[in-house]
Design a protein. Structure first.
Length: 154
């Protein structure tokens, strides 16, 4: 019986085909498990207040961002957030009654997740009375943790 042996290698050349296959598999794996360019629902028009104790997002998968800004007409507060499944920012009404209310939105976003957080991004000109409905909605939805995002001074 004839023994099979490895083919002779030409001097100075290496077969890189298996290496390329493995690298391509790793690239596909990392593209599937990472969130590349995921919109988190941040309203870029909001000018955050300055604070020495600014917060950063630790786990965007377990949180929803509520943007509070002043309306361009009437100087009333506007509440906007992105649904958990993605999409565009939706306008929400203060309170807990109705499908389009802050309380109902946060309760739907929380679901059964005990580690759910709400990040409140309020414009620097928004008064506390306009942030208060978001806090009531968090209480209604039984959210245990919420954070205020602020800009750290230079």
């Amino acid at each position: 019986m004839k023994k099979h042996s490895m083919p002779e290698m030409k001097e100075g050349s290496v077969n890189v085909v298996p290496l390329i296959d493995i690298v391509m598999c790793m690239i596909i794996f990392y593209m599937l498990v990472s969130k590349i360019g995921v919109a988190m629902g941040i309203d870029t028009t909001i000018q955050l207040p300055q604070s020495r104790v600014g917060t950063s997002m630790d786990d965007p998968a377990n949180s929803v961002i509520v943007n509070v800004s002043l309306a361009r007409v009437g100087n009333m507060a506007e509440y906007r957030a992105m649904p958990p499944m993605g999409g565009e920012l939706v306008a929400l009404s203060p309170g807990t009654v109705g499908d389009n209310s802050l309380g109902a939105f946060i309760k739907r976003a929380r679901g059964d997740n005990p580690n759910f957080k709400v990040v409140i991004r309020a414009d620097k000109d928004v008064a506390y009375r306009d942030i208060e409905p978001v806090l009531f909605a968090c209480t209604f939805a039984q959210v245990k943790e919420y954070k205020f995002e602020a800009k750290v001074p230079e």
